[in-house]
Design a protein around this ligand. Structure first.
Ligand code: ADE
Ligand code: ZN
Length: 323
């Protein structure tokens, strides 16, 4: 089966993390910024382990300065999504990288990003704070999110180093976003264990978990996720590339799904992990024998737990059914 042609729904995609290395190099050279240390001899992103990944990720974002840069990035990301027949995507966008959490600047970045357009791809934004920058800075990001909540900014979330601080340090930011009507997700159970997922559910009251794969080590948590219909934004290619699991066959996605947990599949930061949505599908077929019915169910689950409005879901459902 040629999975490239199969329609897809993707819920966990960091905008800056979706920037091709060549695109970042081009921007850096236009601005005479030297970030050559983050690339290997083939021009790919170079890192070893999670902390190094976060470091080079933040260095790469130094090439992204103006609203126009983000518009160009969004345009290229939409083109990549279209190439892999992703018909609906939610992308993490961060006021920390877009104007340093200044609300006026943030509005300009948002406007520019929304000017990008590719026929056939619907995209919504999830404003994301960065955990290792601390709770104060997260509040600034949440304020930007709350002030711009609407049809396009549909959610609020948290990425970054999961082992920094406690989830409850960020409750104020999440409360602010919730009160503005935003839907909530947070990275947890990617690098830290099941207790990090419990904490995130209790203190941030999110309805989806980014990654959440270490939940598999806690039977009670797996049952809770299934019963409460808390969806996991699983990124198997990212987990394998970063060494969270040694191989695709060792990845717990199948076991989580068998236990009744709502799993979805995304790419996280595709060029960093040498993946695409097509590759995720191919590897899932290879490792677990997933076929058309499994991927249809995957799309349905993802659309069910997507943060967009019902009218958008109906349009996307028709598109999925027509393909
Ligand atoms: N930011 C970008 N990718 C991330 C990941 N996989 N985990 C945490 N923060 C991130
Ligand atoms: Zn992520």
């Amino acid at each position: 089966m040629n999975w490239k042609l199969f329609p897809k729904v993707e819920l966990h995609l960091h905008l800056e993390g979706a920037a091709d290395p060549a695109f970042i190099r081009q921007l850096a050279s236009e601005k005479s910024i030297n970030i050559s240390s983050i690339f290997d001899e083939n021009g790919a992103y170079k890192f070893d382990g999670f902390n190094a990944f976060l470091d080079i990720y933040e260095i790469a974002t130094q090439a992204l300065k103006s609203p126009e840069d983000f518009k160009r990035l969004m345009q290229s990301v939409l083109e990549n999504l279209a190439e892999h027949n992703v018909v609906y995507a939610e992308t993490f966008i961060s006021p920390d990288f877009c104007g340093g959490r200044d609300l006026g600047a943030w509005r300009e970045y948002l406007m520019a990003m929304q000017e990008a357009h590719v026929e056939g791809v619907t995209l919504k934004g999830i404003v994301t704070c960065i955990r290792h920058l601390g709770p104060e800075i997260a509040r600034g990001a949440a304020l930007c999110a709350a002030e711009t909540a609407g049809d396009w900014v549909v959610g609020f979330g948290m990425a970054g180093a999961e082992n920094v601080g406690n989830a409850k340090d960020f409750s104020y930011a999440f409360d602010m976003a919730r009160e503005a009507g935003l839907r909530l997700t947070s990275h947890a159970g990617e690098w830290c264990g099941a207790e990090s997922v419990w904490e995130t559910l209790k203190d941030l009251r999110v309805e989806r978990i980014g990654h959440g794969v270490h939940s598999i080590n806690d039977k009670e948590l797996v049952e809770y996720l299934a019963e409460m219909e808390i969806a996991l934004e699983v990124n198997p290619g990212s987990n394998v590339a970063l060494g969270v699991y040694p191989s695709w066959r060792d990845h717990p996605i199948q076991r989580l799904r068998d236990a009744g947990v709502k799993v979805t599949v995304s790419t996280d930061d595709p060029p960093f992990f040498n993946t695409t949505m097509t590759r995720e599908f191919e590897e899932l077929e290879y490792a677990f024998g997933w076929g058309i019915e499994d991927f249809k169910l995957l799309n349905k689950t993802a659309l069910d737990v997507a943060f967009c409005d019902v009218a958008t879901k109906e349009i996307i459902t028709k598109r999925l059914e027509a393909s």
